[in-house]
Design a binder for this molecule. Structure first.
Ligand code: SAH
Length: 199
């Protein structure tokens, strides 16, 4: 075990805890911050971006209800830490990052760990990834002002999407969206603070 158990309060899916404890978070952090890898806090990863706090990574992952068979679209690769966790719990991950340097570093970090079931794209998450749509699950780890319509389009029927919605520099609401035919079931889950999803 790497993290103190109490950070997983409320996580009922034991596989998520096992996976998080099996992935070395220090591999996704800059050299100077590696000592803080197992503190339950968000940390800077360069280019003005942050790696999320592990308890929130666990919580957002749990909301996706992964069984191992899913194709997951992730927006905001960042360090690749959340990507690695999704890759361990789903069939295939398609991840999009807008900053080239982070996109390249994340690819390296994941390949170093031997994680192969991930496709990487440099570009804007607002467009989703048409070639591989629809997706069983979508996880967004930067905050758009509103739920991006293309992402809703690219979500399969009965699919689940987790997205923090809100304005820059303000508290955002973490939403769970479940597609059901032509309607959307939308649940507000918690208050969060992510970097903005840039246009
Ligand atoms: N999940 C990441 C943290 C992501 S931080 C981790 O585990 O490390 C949010 C990321 O979203 C940043 O890397 C930022 O560059 C990226 N981002 C912001 N706007 C975006 C957009 N429109 N499309 C794709 N990525 C975006």
């Amino acid at each position: 075990m790497r993290f103190p158990q109490n950070i997983f309060y409320g996580i009922k899916d034991k596989r998520i805890i096992e996976v998080i404890n099996s992935i070395p978070r220090e591999d996704f952090l800059p050299e100077s911050l590696k000592d803080y890898a197992y503190a339950d806090t968000a940390l800077p990863i360069g280019s003005g971006q942050t790696i999320s706090q592990p308890s929130l990574v666990a919580y957002m992952t749990q909301l996706l209800e992964l069984t191992g068979r899913e194709r997951v679209l992730e927006i905001g690769t960042g360090s690749g830490y959340q990507t690695a966790i999704l890759a361990a719990l789903a069939h295939e991950v398609y991840t999009i990052e807008i900053i080239r340097e982070l996109h390249e570093e994340a690819k390296q970090a994941l390949s170093k760990l031997g994680i192969g079931n991930v496709q990487y794209k440099l570009g804007s998450g607002y467009e989703g990834w048409e070639e591989y749509a629809p997706f069983d699950r979508i996880m967004v780890t930067a905050a758009p002002p509103e739920v991006p319509p293309k992402l809703v389009e690219q979500l399969k029927d009965k699919g689940r999407m987790v997205v923090p919605v809100g304005d820059r520099d303000q508290t955002q609401i973490l939403k769970l969206i479940i597609k059901s035919g032509n309607t959307m079931i939308e649940e507000d889950k918690s208050f969060v603070r992510f970097v903005p999803m840039v246009e």
